[in-house]
Design a protein around this ligand. Sequence first.
Ligand code: FES
Length: 120
Amino acid sequence: MKQAIAKSADIPEGGRIVIDIPGATIGLFRAAGSLYAYENTCPHQGGPVCQGLLIPAVEERLNKDGTAAGFRFDPSDPRVVCPWHGYEFSILTGRHPGNAAIRLRSVPVSEEEGIVYAEL
Ligand code: FES
């Protein structure tokens, strides 16, 4: 069943809200022009993952000889960091960057005329 859960304007690009819907608390994220929704339960130990710090991916750059050349942020790969133990997840895929088997549970959402709907 499709149910209205938020206004599109409440989630600007790069933003996030955490809301209660029937049967779950979810995080809604807007990144790279799209909307993503995940249950607010970390697959590690159940922490409120969607309420964590939002950061771009951090990449280590290497010189041609393999030595470290410092770090850089990659804003095209936004992440959320679980506040309990620091597990990090891609907002675009819901996956942990070091182990693709560890992932957030996505919630199907859509938008029409400024309203966000979830399939419940
Ligand atoms: S509960 Fe999220 S990192 Fe442990």
